[in-house]
Design a protein around this ligand. Structure first.
Ligand SMILES: [Zn+2]
Length: 125
């Protein structure tokens, strides 16, 4: 019952086709500030599976520009805080950004997967 479930499109000024590829199911928000939002993945792959996204629209990793440097640094500090607050900072966790279809990107608004809570393998699938 915790939290609400809604489909959110954070962006304006986008073509319809682009908007269709830019929708998250935002479920159980765990952190929000003026720049980023973090929430539980609706389809968790690990006991903890948080998505951290910038509020600014960036489609994918290769669209980052110089002006995003501070934002991306901020995202990693938020990830660090979540790891501390949720209690998996010491056990360990993984941060994954999938860039484009071949890597498994399905939503075209950049997002950082924070995965934790079980032993993980390498190489990843
Ligand atoms: Zn977007």
């Amino acid at each position: 019952m915790e939290g609400i479930q809604l489909i959110v499109n954070l962006d304006r000024k986008m073509e319809n086709e682009e908007k269709d590829r830019d929708k998250f199911c935002i479920y159980r928000v765990v952190y929000e500030d003026d720049k980023v939002l973090a929430f539980h993945d609706i389809n968790p792959q690990t006991p903890y599976h948080i998505l951290v996204i910038p509020k600014k629209h960036i489609s994918t990793l290769t669209d980052l520009t110089e002006e995003d440097k501070e934002l991306i640094g901020h995202i990693y500090l938020v990830i660090n805080k979540l790891a501390q607050d949720l209690g998996f900072a010491e056990r360990g966790f993984r941060v994954v950004v999938n860039c484009q279809e071949e890597a498994g990107q399905t939503v075209f608004h950049i997002h950082f997967h924070v995965l934790a809570g079980r032993q993980m393998g390498w190489p990843p699938g």
